[in-house]
Design a protein around this ligand. Sequence first.
Ligand SMILES: Nc1ncnc2c1ncn2[C@@H]1O[C@H](COP(=O)(O)OP(=O)(O)OP(=O)(O)O)[C@@H](O)[C@H]1O
Ligand SMILES: [Mg+2]
Length: 532
Amino acid sequence: MAEDQAGPAGQEDNGEGKPGDEYRFAAGSAEADAAVFDGELVDEPGEVLGTIVSDDRSPTFEEILDVHEVNPHEDPQSATVRDVLPFPSTYAGEGESTVIYRLVRCEPVEELPAADGGIGDPTEIRTLPRAGDAVRRPRPEMVTAAMGFPSDPDQGLHVGFLHSDSSIPVTVDNGAVQRHVLIVGGIGSGKSYTRGVLGEELHRHGVPQVNIDVNGEMIEAARQLGGRNVRPGNGFTLPLGSLTREDLIEAVSGVNRGTNIETLIGYTFDSLSRQIAQGRRSEFSVDELVAEIEVQAPFLKMEALNTLRPAQQRVKALDRLKYIGRRFDWVGTLKPGAFVNIDCRGLVLGDLRIITAAVARDLQNLARQQQIPFTVLSIDEFHLVAPNEDKLVSTQVLREIARIGRHYRLGLVLTTQSPADVDRAVLKRMLTRFVHTIERDQLDSLRGIFADAPPEMIQSLAKLPRGTCVLTGVAETIRHATVVDIRARVTHHGGATPDVFGDLRTRGWPGKKPLSEIIQEEDRDGEAGDAG
Ligand SMILES: Nc1ncnc2c1ncn2[C@@H]1O[C@H](COP(=O)(O)OP(=O)(O)OP(=O)(O)O)[C@@H](O)[C@H]1O
Ligand SMILES: [Mg+2]
């Protein structure tokens, strides 16, 4: 903003704010980018949108970056001295003094057309505030319009309230999930809770959801929403044909890369997969793969028993994978409002990746063929399945879904505390982001995803309380980066930190012992004896 400064302009009630809220913008400050508001008008930086009504009556919205008082009468030293010596200050206070004022640095974000009384569709800034323009507190519906939130919370995803003004609901356009959602933040910052809120909102609209639940946090919520909890091998299985060759070789333990055994297994797997693609079979089992190895071996001249038998034995060992079985009935299950929670607690990383990749690929295919309605696939701790490794199948699948984006009726909601460990191509394409407080070293990896968030807002990330986040996105869905207090959930959040100390007490420990009692009794006597 231009070098401007505003000062008190009168005490009349303008009908929009409290009496005394109207101030005027004034030029001529020595400090750039400054305007002065009434202290009442400004709660805290980063948030409240002051409205500046320019002379053509079209309000512009200014996002407040920081606020401080200018008072030439005070400095830390004289304030301290005055505390000690009985000399009261005698200068005129703020509001009367001509030299004491507050400086507010702000940035124009939107302009509302004058014709609609300031509630119409916002446009980019066309008129910069001028000296003498009135500064007013915006009405809540003006803030809603300027932020681009749907005016009716039922028309979008009601995720929370403005951090600065808890009376203003934050409603995200439904289209935000089609552009994929990233939820990041440090440990315990509220990511999974936010995921739960999104889950509730999506459910309200009937969006089917499939959740890969690494920590078992959504089990209760899934049940409450009338969904299904399944475990790999117990209610959830996938056919061998859902795997890729890479997945399969990964899953077959003890196969060295580049050996004849690997080639034979891979070749046989490919030929069966091809038969599925050609419609000549629908699925194949472990036993069928074992049998087929013998059929295919002669084509590769690998029928020597010291290749053939070990290849078959290794494949046969896939029987230990409980999650290999029939294909899950996605089409029958993913009706409007469905919630499938795949409880993946305790899986080894390799299996988690295979399952996630297979689920993602199945959903992607079904979405493409429009056999399922728009569905959201959500993955907690997704750095585990989409790390920075090009070769990893799960990374490749998620990259593909993220790339195709909103065209395929499949939305991703990915949660992580380690964006630095995540594949960049996936991260970059998550166009709706909830950024909770996060460690500085992880912040670097988020560069480029902050849209129009001013540096002050990004700085504030280090101090955001739990459950508060910066929300950014693309202009069509989230017009301006904003700080949001995530709303309370109605479903149960399974991520509460366990009360491990309470648990010890229920197991018989009496509670914290006095120091004098922690040494075994016989030793205690000894100590006392020594001392005496
Ligand atoms: N918006 C909120 N409102 C109320 N409580 C919240 C909110 N967000 C988080 N909490 C509380 O903070 C705790 C931690 O939140 P959560 O489990 O979502 O953190 P997280 O970032 O997923 O942590 P982790 O990194 O361990 O997975 C929750 O148990 C919940 O009680
Ligand atoms: Mg979590």
